[in-house]
Design a protein around this ligand. Structure first.
Ligand code: ADP
Ligand code: MG
Length: 263
């Protein structure tokens, strides 16, 4: 698919017929959707439905088998599947954020909390130590971590704090898009609620453009404008979050929704 200049404003992201196979195993198949600037979409579905595969393809962490991922980057509207490796790394590093369920993967545990935020700024070319510390402190406060903890290692943080730190470290460079893979999973309900609250404030304040992958429909509803329901690697239903969850059309979505509504 090609976009004709001037035809219509480019979306931030346009995924076209994306498929990923692991050998013969299907990860995700013929996925197409668009994301506008300032939009949050949720990708929901059971474990094994292909959510992480899709997200990792968009994040440049997996090589796709087929299809295109057009991204409205500062280098133009580029198909990330057909971009040379060096430019791809540059775009992924400076214009996208990726928050994982597992903070050990998303943070450097041997580097202080402030350092985890600061090193992203340094990677972006910032050199002024005082300035870096000031921004790191502001970001810690934004994600409701006491700035006194700046020089502590993330391993001394609770699970919820680690996730909030991961979010700060990803947002500090002002990425065009933020990708999240099960950011609230594995946390206690009250800790989850706090994290969702921080995220909701950030989404509103910064007009974040975000793709949120979660198997938790309640989390998806609280954060996403639109939802895509995945089953066996494919999208089976999509629409506004409230519409999908209050009035699901597909039998699979109906099952998914009813199973969380049961006590
Ligand atoms: P989800 O994130 O929705 O739980 P995944 O994207 O992890 O789903 O998995 C989708 C499918 O791809 C599953 O059948 C899974 O077994 C398979 N899969 C995922 N990762 C790999 C891998 N690294 N190698 C082989 N198969 C994989
Ligand atoms: Mg997953």
């Amino acid at each position: 698919m090609t976009y004709m200049p001037g035809e219509k404003p480019y979306p931030l992201l346009s995924v076209r017929n994306l498929s990923k196979f692991y050998g013969k195993t299907m990860g995700c198949h013929e996925i197409s959707f668009e994301l506008g600037k300032g939009e949050v979409i949720g990708i929901v579905g059971e474990s094994g439905s292909g959510k992480s595969t899709l997200l990792k393809c968009i994040a440049g962490r997996l090589t796709t088998t087929n299809g295109s991922i057009f991204f409205n980057s500062s280098y133009g509207f580029i198909d990330l599947c057909r971009t040379d490796e060096m430019l791809l790394r540059k775009i992924i590093r400076s214009e996208t954020g990726f928050v994982t369920q597992n903070s050990v993967e998303g943070l450097r545990m041997t580097v202080s909390a402030g350092g985890n935020i600061g090193e992203r700024l340094m990677a972006g070319g910032m050199r002024h130590y005082g300035q870096i510390r000031k921004i790191a402190r502001q970001w810690l406060e934004t994600v409701e971590i006491d700035a006194k903890r700046m020089d502590d290692l993330p391993s001394t943080f609770s699970g919820g704090m680690q996730q909030r730190l991961q979010i700060a470290a990803n947002l500090v460079t002002d990425p065009r898009i933020i990708l999240m893979d099960e950011p609230t999973s594995g946390l206690d309900v009250s800790v989850q609620a706090r994290l969702i609250d921080v995220l909701r404030k950030l989404v509103a304040r910064l007009s974040l453009s975000m793709i949120l992958v979660t198997h938790d429909l309640a989390v998806a509803r609280l954060l996403s404008h639109r939802l895509y329901v995945m089953k066996d690697g494919r999208i089976v239903e999509s629409g506004l979050s409230d519409q999908i969850l209050d009035d699901p059309r597909e039998p699979y979505t109906q099952l998914l929704v009813s199973s969380i509504l049961k006590p």
